[in-house]
Ligand binder design. Structure first.
Ligand SMILES: Cc1cc2nc3c(=O)[nH]c(=O)nc-3n(C[C@H](O)[C@H](O)[C@H](O)COP(=O)(O)OP(=O)(O)OC[C@H]3O[C@@H](n4cnc5c(N)ncnc54)[C@H](O)[C@@H]3O)c2cc1C
Length: 353
């Protein structure tokens, strides 16, 4: 039987869309070329309510976060695996301007999302203090993808194959969930990427006892027991391992770790960590940014048998569940795509902003 939907790409976008279609009882088939590091295999999977130098509340947080929590818990129950961790995160002030901004926003826009902290461990240099975000989370993205793929494969819904986007199957709807690809897309090529390369270090810090994610210009993330090494083998002594990231660079857009990226991360770490560490891995990938952090989704206006789900940018773990749900409903004829994220905005002249 030909499935109703063929999903090209099993990163965060394709995997989450597949679950949302299956949840609706629809038939879908997922393919991935499984070659080269994808953004999803490098991502730290952080979900953080307050981000950036200006301490902005994450876009549509009040809708997106509950949707993400409910969705990942549901997939954990379906697969019997653990990969979603709700843990507080802390942010240490880097400048007095940042601290002053926090106190201006604490009782207004950031109300309910933050609380000042006074007990910062002396392993961190934090003379200006900081704040805690109780509602933060981390998705172990590789674990989520691996156990989802096993679930799909076991049911005959997954295959490793590279799709030539010029030669598409005639039946069903094909949804491109390909992340950043340097080669131009024959159907959605008018949508241009503003992609950003990111680098991450894995560190061994034997003396650090910290279960929260620490933000201070960079983020320092404790590894979980389910995390795996780059070759998918279990980590040795995960309690001593931390991820440090991430850089943002725009040229070249490749997945090659650089000495500059490593130096930038280490310099920022040394500004606040008072403990010795050892680097055990260094990875890089390209974030599929299209429109400053807004995802892009929907059916092609002229070729409705083709659809697109991309642009998850630097916040794929938070965005994917809500927007995959919206896209699945739309593909099934049961809902519309929000104007702000609709692929039509990029492909139809009269609907551009
Ligand atoms: C360094 C770094 C740190 C990050 N940290 C975070 C974070 O803390 N929190 C967060 O939420 N997000 C983070 N992100 C962003 C996150 O990784 C992305 O938003 C997300 O992974 C994008 O998923 P995707 O499925 O759109 O793309 P991808 O992960 O790139 O997946 C696309 C898939 O499509 C497949 N594919 C492409 N073309 C074809 C084809 N023709 N045929 C078959 N298969 C194909 C690829 O093999 C790949 O598996 C980070 C990204 C980077 C690079």
């Amino acid at each position: 039987m030909t499935p109703e939907f063929l999903i090209v790409g099993q990163g965060l976008a394709g995997t989450t869309l597949a679950w949302q279609l299956l949840r609706r009882g629809r038939s879908c088939y997922i393919v991935d070329r499984e070659s080269g590091p994808s953004a999803s295999h490098v991502a730290a999977g952080l979900i953080t309510p307050v981000t950036g130098k200006r301490l902005a509340k994450s876009w549509r947080w009040d809708e997106l976060y509950p949707a993400a929590v409910a969705f990942y818990r549901w997939v954990e129950a379906e697969t019997g695996e653990r990969f979603f961790y709700q843990r507080p995160a802390i942010r240490l002030f880097a400048t007095t301007a940042e601290r002053d901004e926090f106190y201006r926003r604490e009782a207004t826009i950031l109300r309910g999302l933050v609380q000042p902290i006074t007990d910062i461990p002396d392993t961190f240099a934090a003379p200006l203090g900081g704040f805690e975000m109780p509602d933060a989370a981390r998705l172990d993205v590789p674990c989520y993808l691996d156990c989802s793929r096993e679930y799909f494969r076991h049911r005959g819904l997954y295959q490793r194959v590279e799709i030539n986007r010029r030669e598409l199957p005639v039946a069903g709807t094909v949804i491109f969930c390909c992340g950043f690809t340097p080669e131009p897309d024959p159907w959605f090529g008018r949508i241009s990427f503003n992609a950003a390369k990111g680098e991450i270090l894995t560190l061994r810090i034997p003396q650090l006892r910290e279960s929260r994610v620490v933000h201070r210009g960079v983020w320092l993330v404790p590894a979980e027991a389910t995390d795996t090494a780059c070759d998918h083998t279990p980590l040795t002594s995960p309690s001593e391992l931390f991820y440090l990231g991430a850089t943002h660079t725009w040229q070249p857009l490749d997945a090659i770790p650089t000495a500059e990226g490593r130096a930038e991360l280490e310099n920022k770490l040394r500004e606040f960590l008072r403990l010795p560490y050892e680097i055990v891995a260094h990875r890089a990938a390209v974030r599929p940014v299209i429109d400053a952090g807004y995802p892009v989704l929907g059916r092609h206006p002229e070729h409705p048998q083709l659809a697109f789900f991309n642009g998850l940018g630097a916040k794929g773990s938070l965005l994917a569940p809500y927007f995959a749900h919206q896209l699945a409903a739309h593909l099934c004829g049961e809902g519309e795509i929000d104007n702000s994220v609709n692929v039509r905005k990029y492909l139809c002249r009269d609907s551009r902003r």
